[in-house]
Ligand binder design. Structure first.
Ligand code: COI
Length: 358
């Protein structure tokens, strides 16, 4: 179906009471401000129906809605950007469509045709275009999500689902370089589980260990494998990368690590810049040895929300290892600047990653 045919099925109701005038783009707290509209559609009798864009607002759900009890709930995160010429871009939305459908398959949920997913996103972003902040480091975070809506008590895949998208203007997720702790007791994901998909429950499971780490003065954890706690996995809000002896290391996305879209972009760009990259198992002991020996030049997280988040300190078994101070020549700073330019149409998109919407 063409985009025009898809759009002809959308019912669009615009708000008569925009909150835009209350929005101060110089003072944005991540995840707390929501744009005027949202997209909603339902899966019933084996097909997607009731596509609608309407004012952002509360949902009415039965207490027996199965997602609330059995956790069939997945989501995505991506961003739209507006440059000073008022042009609007979305970064790699096709990759989010692919990943959402991979999550849906693992969680026994229906897939969403790519064209439908993209049309919903584009249309919603264009309607709320004025909500896309354009001061440096800001963007419009887009949150597509899919959850089970059967009114049913019992463990089985739901027959009915709701897919929605809302957006929020955001600044940086981490307002300062991050202090992380290598977690060697609790686990985020195990082999054969759902760590590789963006299931809501993965985030719920991370809260208690993350809370404990916060009490010890860390912002986040670096998860290790559930079996032996010997290998570095991801950070929960981001994938992990390390520059050691001028080589960029990151754990392979085995079944327990979310295949980050920013992670993939950074690896591809690094390779195109002639940097040696190494996707393999990263042994905690080897990392600690490299930290002790002062060989870790940079450590950073990659993610849609986190973008490129510099790591200041890595804690392991009671010892804090501080990373070198940043310089403008650092790979992570150069890649952050390059990605910012690419996403705002200031850098030629040789990757075909940026969708300009009009
Ligand atoms: C994202 O990076 O989009 C995420 O979903 C992570 C979340 C911590 C905001």
């Amino acid at each position: 179906m063409s985009e025009t045919e898809i759009l002809s099925k959308f019912k669009i109701t615009k708000t008569t009471n925009s909150r835009l005038k209350e929005f101060d783009q110089t003072n944005i707290q991540f995840g707390k401000i929501f744009a005027d509209h949202m997209f909603e559609m339902n899966y019933r009798n084996g097909e997607w129906t009731d596509m609608e864009i309407k004012p952002y607002g509360p949902l009415s759900l039965a207490p027996s809605t199965s997602a609330i009890h059995y956790g069939q709930s997945i989501f995505e995160g991506l961003k739209a950007y507006r440059n000073l010429d008022d042009e609007v871009f979305i970064f790699r939305p096709e990759a989010n469509s692919t990943r959402l459908n991979a999550s849906a398959e693992r969680m026994c949920m229906p897939s969403i045709p790519k064209e439908l997913f993209l049309s919903a996103l584009k249309q919603l972003v264009m309607i709320d275009k004025e909500w896309i902040p354009n001061v440096p480091g800001t963007s419009l975070y887009i949150r597509p999500f899919l959850f089970a809506t059967d009114e049913f008590i019992g463990v089985k895949p739901s027959d009915n689902y709701k897919f929605m998208v809302f957006t929020c203007p955001v600044g940086t997720y981490y307002s300062e370089p991050v202090r992380v702790k290598i977690e060697t007791m609790y686990s985020r994901a195990c082999e054969g589980g759902v760590g590789r998909v963006k299931a809501a429950g993965n985030y719920a499971a991370s809260l208690y260990p993350a809370k404990k780490a916060k009490e010890e003065g860390y912002h986040q954890l670096i998860w290790t494998d559930a079996k032996e706690h010997k290998y570095i996995e991801e950070s929960g809000t981001m994938n992990m990368m390390f520059v050691v002896d001028n080589v960029l290391y990151t754990p392979t996305t085995s079944g327990t690590i979310l295949p980050g879209i920013t992670r993939d972009s950074v690896l591809k760009i690094a390779q195109s810049w002639g940097m040696q990259t190494n996707e393999s198992s990263i042994h905690v002991e080897e990392l600690v040895r490299a930290l002790k020996g002062g060989r870790v030049q940079e450590a950073f997280g990659t993610g849609t929300a986190a973008t490129i988040a510099r790591i200041k300190t890595i804690g392991h078994e009671g010892t804090d290892y501080n990373l070198p101070a940043f310089t403008e020549k650092d790979f992570s700073i150069r890649i952050l600047n390059y990605l910012e330019d690419l996403k705002r149409g200031r850098e030629k998109d040789t990757w075909n990653w940026v969708t300009k919407i009009s």
